[in-house]
Design a protein around this ligand. Structure first.
Ligand SMILES: C[S@@+](CC[C@H](N)C(=O)[O-])C[C@H]1O[C@@H](n2cnc3c(N)ncnc32)[C@H](O)[C@@H]1O
Length: 220
């Protein structure tokens, strides 16, 4: 009984935070599917990563707020529909409601067959920016979760090395805690410029953070 009361309180507190969250309100107003859009927006505005004409790959894209943001960045006047100058290829294990101009593939990024489909969708084009908001289902066992998180990021780095333009960029979400230092090290070995960033839209309570890598040290 006690546990139930506590969990009800936690749910109520979360709901309160959520309803009063300025980014949730902004997302509703701006027509974004999730407040996550503002995390990428902040990162993009800080580093000037995404520009019209770019080819962008969005890993872990559902429900689609990052793809919506990228779509607007590539459209004349920031339009949510109509002409698009560039290409967006999005991938997620879960389905995603269509976004005009965004090519969506459903599948697990860890599977070779899915990677092959993604490579096919890229059509040999050099990619300007890869963004990954992928987060595995967490087990609560820190060592197990750290391995799962690291695996997804290592795969994203490998994809970036093989598909990015030499001056291209990779943005990944990761979590403070075990494995963080090694992943920063991997980024430093791979990219000329490496910046950790915690956007304001990322909740303080959350251990999530982002790494930005710009310019490949050893293009494939
Ligand atoms: C935080 S959500 C992404 C939110 C998204 N950036 C947005 O703005 O709407 C993380 C996503 O990663 C996806 N994901 C986790 N592991 C994955 C994997 N192995 N392959 C593909 N997608 C994965 C989940 O299904 C989930 O939709």
């Amino acid at each position: 009984m006690k546990a139930q009361t506590k969990s009800k309180k936690v749910n109520k507190a979360w709901l309160n935070d959520h309803v009063n969250d300025p980014y949730v309100k902004a997302a509703q107003k701006d027509g974004y599917r999730a407040r996550a859009a503002y995390k990428l927006k902040e990162i993009d505005e800080q580093f000037g990563l995404i520009r019209p004409g770019h080819v962008v790959v969005d890993l872990g894209s559902s429900p689609g707020a990052w793809s919506q943001y990228v779509r607007r960045r590539l459209a004349p006047g920031g339009a949510a529909a109509g002409r698009l100058d560039g290409a967006i290829i999005a991938l997620d294990i879960l389905p995603m409601e269509p976004i005009e101009g965004v090519t969506f593939l459903q599948g697990d990024f860890r599977e070779e067959e899915v990677l092959a489909r993604l490579q096919e969708a890229v059509q040999g084009r050099a990619v300007d920016v890869v963004v990954s908001d992928m987060a595995p289902n967490l087990s609560g066992v820190e060592s197990v979760d750290a391995v799962r998180i690291a695996h997804l990021i290592e795969l994203a780095v490998d994809f970036a090395v093989h598909h990015l333009k030499p001056e291209g960029a990779l943005v990944v979400k990761l979590f403070h805690g075990s494995g963080y230092t090694q992943l920063v090290q991997l980024f430093k070995e791979t990219f000329r410029v490496v910046k950790p960033v915690k956007p304001k839209a990322s909740r303080d309570k959350s251990s999530e953070t982002f790494l930005v890598g710009i310019g490949l040290k050893h293009p494939a």
